[in-house]
Structure formats: C-alpha cells, structure tokens
Design a protein around this ligand. Structure first.
Ligand code: FES
Ligand SMILES: [Fe+2]
Length: 405
C-alpha cells in the first residue's frame, strides 16, 4: 500500500534540495516524511530530544509543591515548583528501581510536599534531592547524599513553560524578536481559562503544524468560518532570519468587523479586549510559533495555545487551551464569553481535524507526490529549512566541506 521505500539518505537529500528552493519555486516534502518510522526515529533523536518543547503554563503550578505530569516521548517528567518558588523539570523515574513517581496519579496536575515513590516509599524533596529510603540501613556502596532525580533544562517565556531533554542553546534569545511583536498584551500574567480536549490524533505532527501555520486553506476548509473572519488574501507573514520563529497577522475581514477605530476595522471579541492595545492590535489575530511544535493564536481578548505532543510517526496528542488576562475572569459575561470561545475553537478544530486525517491518508497512498506551495504556505518552507538543519549532518549540508572531505 505504500510507495517505493527510498533509503533514508535519499529522502534527506530530497529534504535538503527542497528546503533550498527559492520561495516562488517551493514544493512540499516527499510523503514518506509524514509516516516513515526511520524519519520519526531521526526526528526523535535530532529534533524532539534536542530542542525546546512547550509543556505548560506557569499558572498551572503557581505555588510551592504544585506539579504537572509531563511526558516528552518516552521520558516521564514532573514540572514542579520547589520550596523557594523555582520551577524545575525533574525525572519521574525513581532512583531505586525505576518506578514512575507519579505512577499511581491519574491526575495530570497536583500539589505535594515531597515526591513519594509508591513502590518502596523512597521520597524526594521538591528540588529532587533524595530525602528518605525506608529500611535501607547498612548498604555498603550507596551514597544517599549524591542521589537525586535528574533535572532537565527549563525556561519560561511569556508564561509558557519550555523543557529540553538535552542541554543546548538558550531559548529566550531565539524568541526575543517574537516577544517584541507581542508587546502590550502582558501574556506572562495570563491564565488558562478552559481546555478543549482533543486527545490522540492519528496524524503526523507536521501535518497538524503545517495546517495550523498556513492560511491558504481558509478559502477551502474554513470557507464558512475563518475565511469571512480572516480572509486569506489579507494575511501577512513575518519570520526570523534564522527561520525558527514565525508569525502571521490575520486582519479581520470587512464583513466580520464590528466597527472602525483609528482607521482599522475592529475585530469582534467574546471577552473584553486587553486594555491599552493599539488600533492595529485590536483589528487582528496573530498566529505565532517556534519550531518544532510551539504554536498559538492571539487575539485582542485571548489566546489559544495548541498543546501538541508528538507521540509517533503517524500520531500526536492535542489539547487546545484558552488563555485570557486575569481581569477577564472578573468581567461581566465571562462564562458566556468563554463558552463562545470554546464553541468556536471546537467547530474550527473539527474542520481542521477532518482535513488533517484526510491528508494523512492521502500521504500514505502510492499516488502521493510533493506538490507546489502557495505564498500563503511559506511557513512550511521555514519548517523544511529548520528540519534540514536539524536532520541532515552539517558535513553533508556544506558543499565546500563535502568537496574537501
Ligand atoms: S522503585 Fe521507587 S522506592 Fe523502589
Ligand atoms: Fe485550519
């Protein structure tokens, strides 16, 4: 049922060549990139184990002892706020015999004064140090003082918690240009107001990300929903020189606008707009993100964070979280406004989900081949360049070095 199995090296050479095409000659990736086990294995090693993954919001763990159960691929983690208020990403794997420290917790969040292993009751302080090992007296070669849960790099950006499984380049400098474009919203203090749980999706992570990050499909998939609200032809795309962050400005369409202010059409809202925004900011929704898989949409009254977690070559998990300014929780009509936002998110996501499943099926067909990309799909080309940098060894990427070798 599948296409001819090219060697992985051939596929990677195709990625290199595709990513290097000029914008007016851009093509999509070979279909095998979206379901092959060997591509996925390479992505795990060179992308998901190496780069920053967004795993939560600081408002999910505001007090000492608050924790979030987080799994990045096969690595069980707990993001926990320690006694002095510092957020840490600790391994959940017990140093005794590898039990999951939160293995008996059905909940994804909670509060604990210590991390207690349910298997033989070893306990750890909130910063990961081993505290107690019942009935282990007299062991001759075990250094309790040196024993602690492994800790992983963690950074907070605009209230979003990012974790990396391996130390690498810091996150903040990469996102600084994007942060400047979000000035005025005060996102760090916003809080999750609701979640639209979507669950396990039988679709490669890139199919979902590419769907979210291109605006061309507003005219098809969303012709009755988003196209009137954010007409595709009005979208403006911005990106970093390093291709790692991206941003799309989606001005409200004339038929959906609720007035004119400062020369800009006014974007409709379900909750009160953020105080102090410029007329331009009140006229648009911005989608923004960072590869590999951080992505959100920000409007004048709230943000929608796509909490995507890749789980396999043809699957990912999705929860969609609605984040709003703290003042909105007190606003008149908050519950109704939030309901309206959640209903809107659900119906648009249903359109995207149906398209994504159908695309994934198409990519498995023998007839599937790369296709030409439209200007409104330029973020897909950014993703290709990001993947080429990460997946293809530097030596093979630099023709001068190849000639010298
Ligand atoms: S595995 Fe955790 S105490 Fe034994
Ligand atoms: Fe969509």
């Amino acid at each position: 049922m599948t296409t001819v199995a090219f060697p992985l090296a051939t596929l990677l050479a195709h990625l290199e060549a595709t990513a290097a095409l000029p914008p007016d000659r851009a093509w999509s990736l070979p279909p095998g990139f979206y379901w092959r086990e060997d591509v996925w294995a390479l992505e795990v090693e060179r992308v998901f184990r190496k780069d920053w993954m967004c795993v939560g919001r600081v408002d999910q763990a505001p007090a000492p002892g608050d924790w979030l159960k987080v799994d990045i691929l096969d690595e069980p983690l707990v993001v926990i706020r320690d006694e002095v208020g510092q957020l840490r990403a600790l391994s959940r794997v017990c140093r005794h015999r590898a039990m999951d420290l939160l293995g008996e917790q059905a909940s994804q969040t909670g509060n604990s004064r210590a991390l207690l292993c349910p298997y033989h009751l070893w306990s750890y302080s909130l910063d990961g140090r081993l505290k107690a090992t019942p009935q282990m007296q007299g062991h001759g070669s075990f250094d309790r003082g040196a024993c602690r849960l492994p800790e992983f790099p963690l950074e907070v950006w605009q209230g979003f918690i990012f974790v990396a499984l391996e130390p690498g380049a810091p996150l903040a400098p990469r996102l600084a240009p994007l942060e400047r474009r979000l000035a005025g919203f005060d996102l760090p203090g916003w809080r999750i107001a609701g979640t639209v749980p979507w669950g396990e999706v039988p679709v490669n992570w890139k199919v979902a990300l590419e769907n979210g990050a291109e605006f061309y499909h507003h005219i098809g998939t969303h012709r009755n929903t988003l196209q009137p609200l954010w007409p595709a032809h009005r979208v403006q795309i911005e990106s970093g020189a390093d291709d790692e962050w991206f941003l799309g400005r989606m001005p409200v369409g004339p038929d959906a606008a609720v007035g004119i202010d400062g020369g800009y059409p006014v974007h409709p809202t379900s909750l009160p707009p953020v105080e102090g925004l410029s007329a331009r900011q009140r006229s648009e929704t911005v989608v923004a993100g960072l590869f590999p898989m951080f992505f959100f949409a920000l409007g004048p009254d709230g943000a929608i964070w796509f909490d995507w977690r890749p789980t396999g070559p043809s699957s990912h998990h999705l929860d969609i979280r609605i984040i709003v300014p703290p003042a909105s929780f007190e606003a008149e009509g908050f519950a109704d406004g939030l309901d309206a936002m959640q209903a809107g998110v659900h119906s648009v996501q249903a359109e995207d989900a149906a398209a994504n499943v159908a695309v994934q099926r198409g990519l498995r067909a023998r007839a599937a081949e790369p296709g030409p990309l439209a200007p409104l799909e330029s973020i897909l080309v950014q993703l290709q360049r990001y993947l080429a940098r990460r997946l293809v060894p530097a030596r093979a990427r630099d023709p001068v070095k190849v000639m010298r070798a």
